[in-house]
Ligand binder design. Structure first.
Ligand code: BEZ
Length: 326
């Protein structure tokens, strides 16, 4: 009688992915954010959901705080299949998928509720179709963190005060364009290095969201905050294309639905908690917050950014039109 060996099972798994029997799988998930961050909480919760939906066959092990390297490094690991999943910023993907740059258009939305609408739109969903060819990954769903604000060591009274500042930025071309346009000296660096760079004076200012400002305590070394809401900040839940190809159709559905559930919860949590996080920041001793700083603060930069990025992606015009319709 023919004996069914492990080698045969592996061969079947690779050559007949759509016809697999129920297999166990622990998904290794990489994130740049620390364990306390909402994304990490929702990745852990996604592990519970996967377990429930698969009778315990599917599970998650999270690697927070850039333990596996920068977002670009994690992307390379996803491409080779060395990493199963990652929750990465849309910013970190813009080098390979310039269309995602449109999500980082300055003042694309007026508030976080509209950012949620953009991320749930057909237009945004369409952009994910480019991921397999451009990155070797499958984009399961979008989520986000809070709107971006500016924090500086010295008081900022006008856009002229931003001129020449060494600004830490998330490494991403559309963000670099924005900061260069107001004369700052952008210093791209991963989230994990920001606190120390502020503490040791390597940088003068950052742009960041309420959640991370609270988690990391950047106000220890940057005591002036402008509530600009100048940019929404998306996230994409990615699965390695190679790993995806080994999953049965049933498991693909489970993974897609579990990820979607926790992307949606992430979006809803950020949208509903944005104001209360600002209230917590207002209670921080020694932190001066200037509220209601709008696009006019930045002069004609929004129009100039659009002119430059409209040449790189049609989604600038499409997402502006969508946002205008809200
Ligand atoms: C950042 O690079 O600034 C960032 C990345 C992930 C979550 C929040 C902020």
């Amino acid at each position: 009688m023919l004996k069914f060996t492990t080698a045969m099972a592996v061969t079947m798994a690779i050559t007949m992915p759509g016809t697999l029997w129920a297999q166990e799988k622990n998904f290794r998930v990489g994130l740049i954010t620390p364990a306390v961050h909402v994304w990490n909480q929702e990745v852990d919760a996604m592990g519970v959901t996967l377990g429930e939906m698969s009778d315990g066959r599917l599970s998650v092990t999270a690697f927070p705080s850039g333990q596996l390297g920068s977002e670009e490094t994690m992307l390379q690991q996803l491409q080779t299949g060395a990493l199963d999943m990652a929750w990465l910023t849309t910013a970190g993907l813009t080098v390979r998928v310039p269309d995602l740059g449109a999500l980082h258009a300055p003042f694309l939305v007026d508030n976080i509720a509209d950012a949620a609408k953009i991320l749930r739109s057909d237009e945004a969903r369409e952009i994910l179709d480019a991921l397999p060819a451009a990155t070797g990954t499958v984009g399961l769903c979008y989520a986000m963190t809070g709107m971006r604000q500016i924090m500086a060591k010295n008081p900022i009274g006008s856009a002229a005060d931003l001129n020449g500042l060494r600004f830490r930025i998330t490494p991403a071309p559309p963000i670099q364009t924005f900061f260069e346009m107001f004369g700052a000296a952008p210093a791209p660096m991963p989230l994990t290095q920001v606190y120390d760079a502020l503490a040791n004076g390597q940088i003068d200012a950052i742009d960041m969201d309420h959640e991370s400002i609270l988690n990391f305590g950047y106000f220890d070394h940057a005591k002036n905050m402008l509530e600009t809401n100048h940019q929404m900040f998306g996230m994409v839940a990615l699965v390695s294309g190679r790993v995806w190809a080994t999953l049965s159709d049933e498991d693909k559905t489970i993974v897609q639905e579990a990820a979607q559930k926790h992307c949606d919860q992430t979006i809803d949590r950020f949208a509903s908690e944005e104001d209360s996080k600002l209230e917590r920041l207002k209670a921080v001793e020694g932190l001066t917050i200037t509220e209601n700083v709008g696009p006019e603060f930045f002069g004609d930069i929004v129009a100039r950014w659009d002119a430059e990025w409209a040449e790189k992606t049609p989604y600038v015009a499409r997402l502006r039109a969508l946002s205008d319709s809200f």
